[in-house]
Write a protein that binds this ligand. Structure first.
Ligand code: MN
Length: 280
């Protein structure tokens, strides 16, 4: 078995998204992040009463948006007639496919009360053959998402996609994606298999980990080199991170705002379809 080491680490920038909320976002690395297109850490931020903001109606085509909430409460509604509430620990895995128009907003009660808001949205690209698939929506409550703990108790994992410490995810993904939320006590170690044909990366949002002697700090994305497994050791303050992996899509990317296709013609078509009201 070959251990994966760190290829490079990327800083996050803080930018405004949607209706103006702040996100921490690693600089886009194009093909190096494939099949992931974007990773946004939303907050953490404390909203006063009436202050919480989200993203009102907007379209997507050609990829998936995956929202994982840690704090706060959001409501989703889309043009396919799906709607749901996201509470802490819940995941919404939305496959936009040929087109969805949706809104992602603070729940009215959360808007009224204010409070801490924190979560993630990642974009997962779809292969050319699946970009125009029928939209699909998986709203998975926290209680249905498997969790696992290492024998010594030092590692806790929430298995959103893939498997970890004997727990298997329940969410169905188009590509073979691994999406783990890990919390590690100081000095704890995890040896996680990651199939050699998957592109793997870590996003630290608390503490730090060491991977083959290289330290990865809070607010950094670490792209990993090829291998069959990765060994993580939490540093002195412990660590909290996402581990993401998926197959590289060796296909051209044409990207315009909320549309991610393979060619400029397909982007023009998406814009025309949206304007004509036939995207979704
Ligand atoms: Mn969206």
């Amino acid at each position: 078995m070959a251990r994966r080491s760190v290829r490079t680490t990327i800083h996050t920038r803080t930018v405004r998204e949607g209706g103006g909320f702040l996100v921490r976002r690693p600089a886009a690395m194009g093909a190096m992040m494939s099949p992931f297109l974007l990773l946004d850490e939303m907050g953490p931020v404390h909203y006063g009463p009436g202050e919480a903001i989200g993203a009102p109606d907007h379209p997507h085509r050609g990829f998936e948006t995956v929202t994982y909430l840690l704090d706060g409460c959001m409501v989703h509604a889309d043009s396919a007639g799906n709607s749901g509430v996201l509470s802490p620990g819940d995941v919404q895995w939305m496959t936009a496919g040929r087109g969805v128009i949706h809104s992602e907003l603070p729940h009215p009660d959360f808007l009224a009360s204010g409070g801490r808001s924190h979560g993630f949205q990642i974009w997962v690209n779809l292969p050319a053959s699946q970009k125009m698939m029928a939209p699909r929506y998986q709203d998975v409550p926290s209680a249905s998402i498997p969790e696992a703990r290492s024998d010594d108790g030092g590692v806790w994992a929430k298995v959103i996609a893939g498997s970890c410490l004997g727990a298997e995810a329940v969410i169905d993904t188009v590509l073979p994606i691994t999406y783990l939320h890990l919390r590690m006590e100081p000095g704890a170690t995890l040896l996680q298999p990651v199939a050699h044909d998957l592109n793997a990366m870590l996003y630290l949002f608390g503490g730090a980990v060491e991977v083959e002697g290289r330290r990865v700090e809070d607010g950094h994305l670490a792209l990993l080199l090829p291998g069959d497994e990765v060994e993580l050791t939490a540093c002195e303050d412990g660590a909290e991170l996402l581990l993401l992996a998926g197959p590289v899509l060796d296909e051209p990317i044409a990207r315009y705002g909320p549309f991610v296709m393979n060619t400029e013609e397909e982007i023009v078509q998406a814009i025309e379809d949206y304007r004509a009201g036939i995207l979704a």
